[in-house]
Structures are given as structure tokens and as C-alpha cells.
Design a protein around this ligand. Sequence first.
Ligand code: HEC
Length: 161
Amino acid sequence: MKRFFALLSILTAFAFFSGDLAFAGPEKDPLKARVPAKERGKAKKLKPPANLYKKAKKASAEIVAEGKKLFEGKGTCVNCHGKSGDGKGEAGKVLTPGPRDFTFCKFHKKRKDGELFWIIKNGSPGTGMVAMIPATITEEEGWKTLAYERSFCKKYDKYRK
Ligand code: HEC
């Protein structure tokens, strides 16, 4: 809860200080790694529970559907990342940098599952992407939302059953 209020005050501060809200918040350097350098090696090796999937882009349609439910509901991801995953959610509009656009396949290629999970868990330091685990969702739910985020890259449809 404390974190939530901290985030709210940051958002309010941005709303006051950024001049033209309509144009605020494009995402920044999506291909540049986000996990801090000293954590990155370990983060890349993080693995989902064996019963979920081996690779998020190959997760079953069932897991992806569970991830969608979490993304749009309990997880609150939709507020910033938008229903179609393009980073254009209402709450994301006031953030600088803006939320990630998950429809951009090149971004997915650049990131290991573990790196993205690390960000979902710990947040992206200094941005509106705050730590979501355990405050908002569990670790297992984090891996499920990750499978849904990968599915916004349509090229990955071919890997799914
Ligand atoms: C308050 C707005 C907000 C919410 C809610 C939010 N995000 Fe984000 N998210 C962001 C922003 C802003 C960034 C871009 C951060 C950056 O540029 O470093 C981001 C980036 C990301 C990234 C990309 C990390 C990378 O390596 O580039 C992932 C993955 C992600 N979010 C997952 C999620 C998931 C899953 C949820 C829900 C459980 C969620 N986000 C909820 C704002 C949000």
C-alpha cells in the first residue's frame, strides 16, 4: 500500500510538471537492457516453474489465457501497457519513460524470459514500472502474465499449441 501511495505522488508530480500531457510518455530505448548490470547474469537464468512452460513464447494457449486475465485484471498491467499491449494505457500516458510496447517483436528477441520476469518482480529502477511481486501478483502469476506479453508479438503464434 505504501508503494502505491509513493507511486501516486510520483504520478501527480509528473502530471504537474510535464507540460503537454497528450504527447508525454513514448517508451525509451526498448532494445536496451533494463535489469541493472550487476543483477543481469543471474536474472537471465531465472526459470519458470516446470509445470508452466519452458519458454514463454511457446506457452500453451491455456497459460496465455490465464495471463490475459491477470494482465487485464488483478495484475493491473493493462492500465499502463494498454489492452492491445502497445503501451498506450490511460495511466501510462503520464509516465516518462512510457510503458513498453509488447507488439514490437524485436524487443522480445532481445530479452530472455528471466530478464523480463526480474523487471516484473523488482520493477525497472527509476521508472513507473514498479515492483509487482509480491504486492500485486504472485511469482507464478508473474510468469503467466509474461506468457501473455510474449503473445502480443504475432510471429510467436507459430510456436503455440
Ligand atoms: C504504472 C504503470 C505500469 C503498470 C501498472 C505496469 N507497468 Fe510494466 N512498464 C511500465 C513502464 C513505464 C515500463 C518501461 C520501463 C523502462 O523503460 O525501463 C514498463 C516496462 C515493462 C516491461 C519491460 C521490461 C524491459 O526489460 O524492458 C515488462 C516486461 C513489464 N513492464 C511488465 C508488466 C507487467 C507484467 C505488469 C502487470 C503485472 C506491468 N508491467 C504493469 C509501466 C507499468
